[in-house]
Design a protein around this ligand. Structure first.
Ligand code: 3HC
Length: 317
């Protein structure tokens, strides 16, 4: 074996030692290709999800019921754009370019959270998304803040702080509407009916079929499983939604006294894969909007790079 290959097993052993000691892996450190590739996959798709995730709620900014709600929603949607930037930058530290990531998204090779391929049909959707979708993201991202890769875990700390505001503003809306007029209650229940199952899919495939979880846990990218986080979030949500007089759209949901768990009915993974493979209600519209935003922004990217090379030349005079 060449020297380089001989070093591989030793380097892998050292790397795994670092992971088991809870050390953070930084961009310039040696890492197995599979570790790098898993991180590029996960972080870039996370970034795509943040930016595409702006679109469902963004549709309601011009239709917010009052100035306060408009300002809060504007701030939230703007935060998501910033989260996307943090995460694209974290992915770039692994050697992938922004253009490569965008190309993977726009060509359909890269995924983004399937939950964002559903329409927001009423203002109450903004409240339910804030509480349930951002809440699910926080559940997952709080775990990712422990991730072994430094730039990703640090981005998560910052993002989780802002997601906390997103969840609270959504929850405050749902509490108000669930105790409001009959029309507000109906609108809120209808939104819950439509977002409950796509939200549960955000936690990923069941542990026994997940194709990525084992390697992610082996190298400390994830520290808890998809099903554990999903169950924990269901246990938190059900009592609170019931207390508001809202029904969970799952006729098989039952309480397991022994384990103090609310056990969900079967998630429709055929629906999940139908949407992930591009056949959800809004996939085409979401990708077209991203494609148009990317091409409309070409002149900005060209101006910034022209300015950067001009300044580079000037600094060499
Ligand atoms: N939507 C789309 N694709 C999904 C998915 C979902 N909800 N859940 C799983 N998948 C995909 C995976 O990406 C994987 O495909 P790939 O190998 O081609 O990437 C395949 O289905 C198998 O799924 P696994 O469960 O084995 O994949 P993971 O173990 O990676 O789990 C995940 C999926 C939980 C999304 C995990 O990748 C993860 O934690 N990613 C980082 C967090 C993230 O991306 N969150 C998205 C939401 S961001 C958000 O909500 C914004 C907030 O501001 C509202």
């Amino acid at each position: 074996m060449e020297k380089e290959n001989l070093a591989e097993p030793i380097r892998l052993k050292e790397f795994e030692g670092r992971i088991s000691r809870g050390e953070k892996i930084e961009p310039g450190d040696w890492m197995p290709d599979e570790y790098r590739n898993q991180l590029i996959r996960m972080i870039s798709q996370h970034a795509h999800s943040e930016v595409v995730g702006m679109l469902p709620e963004g549709a309601w900014i011009t239709r917010a019921p009052n100035l306060r709600r408009k300002m809060v929603l504007l701030a939230k949607v703007q935060d998501e754009a910033g989260h996307g930037q943090y995460l694209y930058h974290a992915a770039e530290t692994l050697g992938v370019t922004r253009e490569e990531m965008l190309d993977a998204l726009l060509s359909g090779r890269a995924k983004y959270a399937s939950v964002f391929n559903y329409p927001t049909l009423s203002w109450a959707d903004v409240g339910i998304i804030g509480w349930l979708v951002d809440g699910a993201a926080i559940k997952n991202q709080t775990m990712l803040a422990q991730c072994s890769y430094g730039p990703y875990s640090r981005a998560m700390v910052r993002i989780c702080a802002e997601e906390g505001f997103h969840m609270k503003q959504g929850k405050e809306m749902v509490i108000r509407y669930a105790q409001g007029t009959d029309e507000q209650k109906k609108m809120t229940q209808n939104a819950l009916d439509r977002w409950w199952w796509p939200m549960l899919m955000m936690f990923g495939l069941p542990d026994n079929v997940s194709t990525n979880s084992n390697v992610l846990k082996r190298w400390g990218i994830r520290t808890r499983s998809n099903d554990t986080l999903r169950q924990e979030f269901i246990n938190e949500l059900v009592p609170e939604l019931h207390a508001l007089g809202l029904n969970i759209p799952d006729e098989d949901l039952r309480y397991d006294e022994d384990n103090d768990d609310w056990l969900s009915g079967e998630i429709d993974w055929d629906e999940f894969w139908r949407v992930v493979r591009g056949n959800g209600p809004c996939n085409k519209e979401r990708i077209e909007t991203r494609r148009k935003a990317h091409s409309d922004g070409l002149w900005v990217r060209e101006a910034v790079s022209a300015y950067a090379s001009h300044m580079e030349k000037r600094s060499q005079l």
